[in-house]
Design a protein around this ligand. Structure first.
Ligand code: NAD
Ligand code: SAH
Length: 413
């Protein structure tokens, strides 16, 4: 199949990016060596819908080396890197993606990918699964199973399963310890600030940062904000998470109050309209808003546009909105994931863990699909343990082992 990419001439630059990440993905490197010999995915068609940057490209290459026919599309119109897409196509993976695609093009890419009649899918956010339960449901019967990368995608899957409408088994990679503890927390923690800092070129120290949502992502972003010298305010709807934020040393208050204090706002809830007109009206002039949660729904862009008397592009990936009272507020990366739309996403060593889980889950589906029902499964304890052990080995971190007496002591009634 012929790829749909911006410019194959960018492949050289893309190869350089992919070669760099390979140096820092030891777990995936180990798996790559194993599967290149054993070919556990021989003859399987796999569709990956994910943020298409260098780490994702390497996952695609590993699955191809495992014997699969791999097709890749982006999971967000702004996170595809055209040079990486070109390099991946150059390596024999079919790619349907380019940066800044229109909604129609994005949809078309997903359809083109599904035309490859996948046996296994890897989704991020649930768009592919949604198509396979709607417009493209004729393909669902062929699917052996799939996996989902992120929190909101898993929530959508569980909703389908609860209504007994899920048409094939899905593995919730997001819910594995080796995923959310590191990717959601430390990955989002670092890459969100990387995206905000490289986009704005402003200091974080001394600023008041408002973090909406104190889940795994929110915790990471708040922790790193504190480390960078910011005063952190958290907004939450869950009483337990709110107490956690208080004991982690942060002030907690409703967004309606926090709106007046914040210099920088980051939403990480998976929920819609977390920042809306009533909040924007209270913001200080110069306030910066960014989303690192889900799609572009957390900051209400229609409200923002409705309140503005004028708008302009203030800098790459920054839109300025002048409000009636003369205040200027700024939106980063069109309210889409700031770490991916205005950065390279999570650091490489973190994606090594997440994508090792993805690769092993795809192989698990290929080998065990007969035993799987149309349910949402968690990653097996064996896969989690394998990924953790490989990472520790690569980091040269060794553990203690229980003595026989200790084992006995721990197991007695
Ligand atoms: P989570 O469920 O652990 O946390 C979400 C938190 O938001 C919860 O504590 C919830 O109570 C709170 N919340 C929900 N609605 C709220 C509202 N209206 N106001 C304030 N708080 C609210 O989920 P998570 O793993 O932290 O993921 C959060 C979002 O980020 C999801 O959409 C996920 O898909 C996405 N995600 C993004 C990245 C990235 O690279 N940017 C990485 C991982 C996950
Ligand atoms: N596609 C949706 C869903 C959120 S994506 C959207 O665009 O809004 C969030 C996921 O992106 C996380 O679970 C994380 O594992 C993944 N991610 C973060 N950094 C990444 C990177 N560098 N490459 C590929 N995926 C990445």
């Amino acid at each position: 199949m012929k790829s749909m990419i911006r410019d194959i001439g960018l492949a050289g630059q893309g190869h350089t990016k992919i070669n760099w990440v390979k140096e820092f993905m030891p777990v995936l490197n180990t798996l790559n060596a194993e599967v290149s010999a054993a070919k556990p995915l021989a003859g399987k068609n796999i569709v990956i819908t994910m943020h298409l940057e260098a780490k994702t490209a390497y996952l695609g290459i590993v699955l191809k080396n495992a014997g699969a026919n791999v097709v890749v599309t982006g999971s967000n119109p702004l996170s595809t890197q055209d040079d990486v897409a070109a390099a991946l196509a150059d390596q024999g993976v079919t790619v349907y993606a380019w940066y800044n695609c229109t909604a129609g093009e994005y949809d078309n890419f997903l359809h083109q990918a599904l035309d490859s009649q996948p046996d296994i899918i890897i989704d991020d956010g649930g768009d592919l699964v949604s198509l396979l339960h709607g417009e493209r449901s004729e393909l669902a019967g062929k699917i052996l199973g799939g996996s989902e990368e992120t929190t909101t995608g898993v929530i959508r899957l569980r909703a389908l399963a609860a209504e007994q409408r899920l048409k094939f088994p899905m593995i919730a990679v997001n819910d594995a310890y080796c995923k959310y503890l590191f990717d959601n927390r430390y990955g989002t923690g670092q890459s969100t600030w990387d995206g905000i800092m490289r986009t704005t070129n402003l200091t974080i120290a001394g600023k008041t940062v408002v973090i909406a949502g104190y889940g795994w992502c929110g915790k990471g972003v708040a922790l790193r904000a504190k480390g960078l010298g910011a005063n952190v305010i958290v907004t939450e709807i869950d009483p337990i998470k709110a107490i956690e934020a208080v004991f982690d040393g942060f002030r907690v208050m409703p967004m309606a109050e926090a709106a007046a204090y914040g210099d920088i706002f980051v939403t990480l809830t998976g929920c819609k309209d977390v920042i809306r007109g009533e909040h924007i009206k209270r913001m200080k002039s110069g306030a910066v808003m960014a989303n690192a949660g889900h799609f572009d729904v957390e900051i209400n862009k229609a409200d923002l546009a409705g309140l503005a008397v004028s708008t302009r592009v203030a800098r790459k990936n920054i839109e300025e909105f002048v409000l009636e009272n003369g205040n200027k507020v700024y939106l980063l990366a069109e309210g889409r994931l700031v770490n991916l739309a205005a950065g390279d996403g999570h650091p490489t060593e973190i994606m090594d863990l997440s994508f090792a889980l993805q690769a092993l889950s795809a192989i698990h589906i290929a080998q065990h699909h007969h035993q799987l029902d149309n349910k949402v499964y968690t990653v097996t304890p064996e896969i989690n343990a394998r990924v953790a052990e490989l990472k520790l080995k690569a980091l040269d971190v060794r553990l203690d082992a229980l003595t026989a007496e200790q084992q006995h002591y721990l197991n007695q009634a």
